[in-house]
Design a protein around this ligand. Structure first.
Ligand code: WT7
Length: 660
């Protein structure tokens, strides 16, 4: 049963247990409602109060929200602060220098602990080293690193000196890395010799070398290399340096660069429905405020907690809930280098037990694959491990099907831990619609209610509210502090993508469909309404994959669609027309493999189509438009029930309908 076929929500609703409610940061629905109505009564006052409490300001802000150049909203603009100071110095100054900031577990199980005082010293030394190499406030630095203490320190060091970082996920190819280095105008790249995951290595430095050799990267004067494995790397003396060498003689004190609240803390690329990835630009103050606040609200974070978010720092989840949110609060967190299935699919459960994790945050795709593994092998079942330390368990990245939700609730949460299904995006900076675990009754498959201050709504194509119970387009009606500020280098694209005229120009368009329940007003996300796919919680543009395919010398045309997949949520299916006759049998197999590898090289392994079907043509209207709706049905193996009378070449459906 899919979430859309569920009976009315109240039938399967889980109240927070008395234990979850008592002593919660937000305890009971009345407390939630009070906050939400505070925000409605005095929007600016509400946010100003949170910003004063959650952050330490060098210079206090006067004006809260500036809407004069909408939709380029500004928050707390005349205030000054530093993100790294807020994440490190202030905890050390408050006497918490000995508290463990990071419990790092390497792929092979080796554990390293760093305290706040040690982290401050590491970050300061690296920040000094960056400055010594001429990197300044406003410069962009690309970080292409594995999950590591060094990766987080690199982000923090950039923040400390006012440089804007742009982290590129280690799974992206040289070509994708190159595209981002050029678009962001990086002056430096921080990378590692190799990445280690699941016992396998990936030569990050070599990929970075390849990217930098592709041309147009002359601005990159420095590459800094973290030695993770000691594997072979090619070296260019004039440009390359070892991280451990450049920090060696640096002082461990570095005065933070005080920046304005709107100073770009980072740019993170994400896929859109058209063309190349968008550089989502985030602010310093508004972003950090929400990273810290949602830790307290959605995860009910308290000082004794051990937090673990399994995301990679290459994605927004790893930015907000690893590199910034937990540190902004002085939390202790687990950081993991490896993968959930190595050395076996019990790794997550073992680590929760070993580190006494109390707040756990992962993706539905991981849960689904671990369910499969646990069903096949009792030895990797969560029941084999001590999960008694868990208090709250969360999910993010894609809709979670109610079955997976129930399994998570039962077998991981012991029917005692609230499950927080958090809806948000790269662009929103932090959680938007999510339960407050000490207040909100949860419902499998629903991310429940907007957090206080977040004015989410469901509208039709003209921007009018639709009645509850009826599906529509998910929007946010008011700007909020952690929202995207612009698309780097392309303000027009920012306006067109997120504040389209069709909706009146004043509503933030998320790109997801949603329905709000008639009785509970709970939101259920129904998936993307644009040409963006969500594969294992990773966002992929169909156009990006199509462009990669047609860049291959044999390909004449390609159309990419998503198909529901039990484990990965969606899977990529590509329909391809070659410049030569349609291949069959063995030849088709070989070509499909070659094209998959090609896409892996062009974009990264995450974008490889699961299935490639070859045809003599694609289904097109008489005006030449590809009918993707039909392709989606074919990919699912459904019979075509849609009207095909406008189709120029209806016969092609038979050919494409046959999986190889
Ligand atoms: C898209 C954003 C948010 C961090 C990770 C992904 C989908 C995200 C949920 C959820 C249903 C979800 C949406 C959204 N999504 N969380 N809890 N339920 N769908 O960030 O790469 O920017 O992707 O992921 O489609 O638009 P992202």
């Amino acid at each position: 049963m899919t979430s859309m076929e569920l009976p009315p929500q109240k039938q399967r609703s889980f109240e927070p247990t008395a234990e979850a409610q008592s002593g919660a940061n937000i305890s009971g629905m009345a407390a939630y409602r009070e906050l939400a109505s505070q925000a409605e009564r005095d929007y600016e006052g509400f946010w100003a109060g949170l910003a004063r409490e959650a952050l330490e300001w060098r210079k206090p802000f006067g004006k809260v929200l500036d809407e004069s150049n909408a939709p380029f909203y500004k928050w707390f603009e005349d205030g000054e602060l530093n993100a790294s100071y807020n994440c490190l110095d202030r905890h050390v100054a408050a006497g918490h220098g000995d508290r463990v900031a990071i419990v790092f577990e390497a792929d092979d199980g080796t554990v390293t602990r760093v305290t706040y005082a040690q982290m401050l010293s590491r970050v300061s030394r690296l920040a000094n080293a960056l400055k010594r190499r001429g990197i300044q406030r406003g410069d962009r630095v690309v970080i292409y690193m594995p999950m590591s203490i060094e990766g987080i320190a690199a982000m923090q060091a950039c923040a400390r000196i006012g440089a804007t970082h742009s982290v590129v996920f280690g799974g992206f190819s040289a070509k994708s890395l190159h595209e981002r280095i050029v678009d962001v105008g990086a002056v430096a790249v921080i990378t590692a010799d190799e990445q280690v995951r699941g016992g396998k290595t990936l030569p990050l430095k070599q990929i970075a070398d390849d990217a930098l050799a592709m041309g147009g990267c002359d601005a990159v004067k420095t590459t800094i290399v973290y030695r993770r494995t000691g594997g072979y790397v090619a070296w260019r003396e004039s440009r390359d340096c070892w991280l451990h060498e450049i920090v060696e003689n640096e002082p461990d004190v570095c005065e933070p660069e005080w920046v304005g609240a709107e100073h770009p803390l980072f740019i993170l690329y994400t896929s859109g429905s058209t063309g190349k990835p968008k550089g989502v630009q985030h602010s310093t103050a508004g972003y950090l405020l929400w990273a810290a606040q949602t830790m307290k609200w959605t995860f009910d974070w308290k000082r004794e907690d051990v937090f673990w978010c399994t995301a990679d720092i290459g994605w927004i989840t790893g930015h907000t809930y690893i590199a910034y949110g937990p540190l902004a609060l002085g939390a202790t967190q687990v950081v993991f280098e490896g993968v959930p299935t190595y050395p076996n699919a019990g790794r997550f459960w073992k680590m929760i037990g070993d580190h006494r994790v109390s707040l756990f945050y992962t993706a539905p795709t991981a849960i689904r694959s671990l369910i499969k593994a646990a069903e096949a092998d009792a030895n990797v079942h969560p029941a084999r491990h001590d999960l008694s330390s868990l208090r709250i368990i969360g999910t993010v990245g894609e809709p979670i099907n109610p079955e997976a939700w129930m399994w998570y609730h039962r077998h991981v949460g012991g029917e005692r831990c609230p499950v927080v299904d958090t809806w948000w995006q790269t662009e929103t900076g932090g959680h938007m619609i999510a339960p407050m675990p000490g207040a909100t009754p949860t419902v499998p498959g629903s991310c429940t209610l907007p957090l206080p201050g977040i004015m989410a709504a469901v509208v039709d194509e003209t921007g009018q509210d639709v009645p509850d119970g009826q599906g529509g387009i998910l929007v946010v009606k008011r700007p909020w502090p952690s929202m995207i500020r612009t698309v780097w280098g392309d303000p027009e694209r920012f306006v067109k993508s997120y504040y389209p005229q069709e909706l009146g120009g004043a509503l933030y368009l998320a790109g997801d469909g949603a329905v709000r329940d008639k009785d509970t007003a709970y939101f259920t996300i129904t998936g993307r309404i644009d040409d963006v796919l969500n594969v294992s919680g990773h966002r992929l543009g169909t156009m990006e994959i199509e462009s990669a395919l047609v860049a291959h010398e044999l390909v004449a045309e390609a159309a990419v669609v998503g198909r529901p997949d039990e484990t990965t949520g969606e899977a990529v299916v590509a329909f391809v027309v070659l410049k030569r006759a349609r291949p069959q049998g063995e030849e088709a197999e070989q070509l499909a493999k070659a094209l998959r590898d090609w896409v892996g090289k062009e974009i990264g392994p995450i974008a490889k189509p699961k299935e490639i079907r070859f045809g003599d043509n694609l289904p097109k209207t008489r005006s030449g438009k590809i009918m993707r709706r039909l392709l989606r049905s074919l990919a699912k193996g459904e019979a075509i029930t849609q009207d095909t009378s406008t189709l120029e070449n209806p016969d092609i459906l038979n050919q494409l309908g046959q999986a190889r």
